[in-house]
Design a protein around this ligand. Structure first.
Ligand code: FAD
Length: 397
């Protein structure tokens, strides 16, 4: 990039921040709120080694999307109370504690001493943990332990309204319920910050662009995916505009937001260890029909099969949304994320997660193919490599 562009005048940069003038000037009605501008204090960032030969894995997961939002009702099957807790789209980790809190309240209403949980993904493990905390003896029944579940193939970001529902199908009441779940989850994640292995951490994410970004609008597909983020805007810091020279990125438009990251390997290990230490039991078992749940000794079951509900519960309201991640070998230093040309990089301790976001929310919608496509991940890595080759100020880190 030329020095001329680097010396980009600040007013243009701020105009890029949603057409707002100088910091502190009130935005026009309807315009996005002004973003704080960072003028100094360059963050020390280590570069990512983005080479296709460093891709040590490519994984695919199906988001369990329901247009009306997750299924959270209860159902009586013979003498067994089933509390449903599935269908969280691209928000399963983020909403898990809140959704499972509501499920456990229903499960414990009759004061059972023993509770069964079907499923050992994000929703199953948080339901099991909360049921233990509420005083129950808990057994998890599942086909897979966490490392084999779809949950373990997630990005690991705080994304509580990612493909969680369609506005038209969820109805106005769902917004309040979503907010409750998101706030409970966020508060609970607080308990996992600062632990050895950093299961949960705050990290910076930089959006790096050659042209002014359009703020305040998430990329939309042809469906009306619900967006509730504004309801909880108080939970996380406002995104900031990074003035030229304050980051090692030389592209003219750099924004920083700060958010929670889940180091899923550490976090999952912590959840499972805590569950077993509290006396929890795991039994590997596959169910083929809801009626099989009545054979369990526990008469209250929290049902968290994720996408598996489509087959087990014949629930055709679940739509698969395929998502793929390329895993670059982790590096010691980088602990931040970047979005460049709609490819996302998030440096986790268990791998550097590369995800192609080009095409928006409709990509993978209705797709059930869980076969990894390595060439796609290599193409995404090439874009991240471009960023570090063309837009990185050597010696800045
Ligand atoms: C690429 C990608 C990235 C994502 N990134 C994020 C993110 O950054 N943040 C976020 O919040 N969410 C993210 N998600 C969404 C998140 O991964 C899901 O919402 C979440 O994993 C759903 O968890 P779950 O526990 O409901 O289901 P699963 O993880 O699928 O767990 C289901 C459990 O039920 C068991 N089971 C299913 N059927 C049966 C059966 N018939 N008999 C016995 N056991 C059964 C399984 O063995 C498993 O143990 C992402 C999804 C994808 C695809």
């Amino acid at each position: 990039m030329s020095d001329g562009r680097r010396g980009l005048d600040r007013r243009r940069l701020l105009q890029g921040a949603g057409g707002v003038g100088l910091l502190g000037v009130t935005a026009c009605a309807g315009a996005p709120a002004p973003r704080p501008v960072v003028e100094a204090g360059a963050p020390r960032l280590a570069p990512i080694i983005a080479r296709p030969d460093r891709l040590f894995d490519v994984t695919v997961c199906l988001r369990p999307f329901r247009a009306a939002g997750p299924r959270l009702d209860t159902e009586q099957i013979g003498d067994t109370l089933v509390v449903h807790n599935y269908g969280h789209g691209g928000s399963g980790w983020s909403l898990s504690w809140g959704s499972s809190t509501l499920a456990v309240q229903k499960a414990m209403a009759g004061g059972p001493q023993e509770v069964a949980v079907l499923g050992c993904g994000a929703l199953g493990l948080t339901s099991a943990t909360l049921a233990q905390r509420a005083g129950a003896k808990v057994t998890i029944y599942a086909r897979d332990l966490l490392p084999q579940t779809r949950s373990s193939r997630a990005t690991g970001s705080w994304t509580p309204d990612s493909r969680i529902a369609l506005e038209s199908a969820a109805g106005p009441a769902f917004g309040d319920l979503w907010e409750r779940m998101a706030r409970i989850s966020f508060k609970t994640y607080r308990q996992y910050l600062g632990l050895p292995g950093e299961p949960v951490a705050w990290t910076d994410r930089f959006t790096v662009a050659d042209a002014p970004p359009s703020h305040g609008e998430r990329r939309r597909g042809s469906l009306d995916f619900a967006e509730y983020g504004k309801r909880i805007a108080d939970l996380t810091p406002r995104p900031e505009v990074m003035a030229p020279g304050t980051t090692p990125f030389r592209a003219p438009y750099v924004d920083r937001s700060t958010s929670l990251m889940f180091n899923v390997a550490d976090y999952g290990h912590t959840l499972m260890t805590d569950f077993f230490l509290a006396g929890g039991r795991f039994e590997r078992r596959e169910f083929h029909a809801p009626a099989e749940l009545t054979s369990l000794k526990e008469k209250v079951v929290i049902n968290c099969p994720g996408y598996g509900a489509r087959a087990l519960w014949s629930d055709e309201s679940i739509t698969p949304v395929r998502g793929q991640i390329g895993w670059l070998i982790p590096q010691a230093q980088p602990d931040y994320g970047v979005i460049y040309k709609n490819v996302s990089m998030l440096a986790r301790r268990d791998g550097i997660v590369i995800q192609d976001l080009r095409g928006g929310d409709m990509v993978g919608y209705g797709e059930t193919d869980e076969t990894p496509r390595r060439a796609d991940s290599e193409a995404a890595v090439a874009i991240i490599a471009e960023l570090y080759a063309d837009h990185w100020a050597a010696g800045c880190a």
